[in-house]
Design a protein. Structure first.
Length: 119
């Protein structure tokens, strides 16, 4: 994660060379986004972060309100259905996907798991 964040920060720094522009990021809060923001700061890239729900972030990208939009997609059978939420705002000629991280999502249950929830 650190390596990807540093690579993205370096690429942004090269593209912004000479400019004192902020990189506007709209994304939900998480370790990957926090790591990216920290890496950008270490590369002296000014960041304006707005924490938003995934669909709001992607629609903001389409409207030109940010340069990076963070969003979540599950792995497996629901991936395509969830991707349909974002498709109206994404244009292959203007946007590029950068896979930042994978994560495990979990549930907290009462001690002893009285309902026997397994997945």
């Amino acid at each position: 994660l650190e390596a990807v964040a540093t690579e993205v920060a370096g690429e942004l720094n090269r593209r912004l060379a000479g400019d004192v522009m902020q990189v506007r990021i709209h994304a939900s809060h998480g370790y990957a986004v926090a790591t990216l923001v920290r890496a950008l700061g270490e590369q002296r890239v000014p960041v304006d972060i707005k924490y938003r729900e995934s669909a709001e972030a992607v629609s903001a990208l389409a409207r030109g309100e940010c340069e990076l939009a963070g969003f979540h997609l599950p792995i497996g059978e629901f991936r395509s259905t969830c991707a349909d939420i974002y498709r109206p705002w994404l244009d292959q000629r203007k946007h590029q996907l950068i896979r930042l991280t994978r994560r495990t999502q979990g549930l907290f249950l009462p001690k002893g798991n009285p309902k026997r929830i397994m997945g």
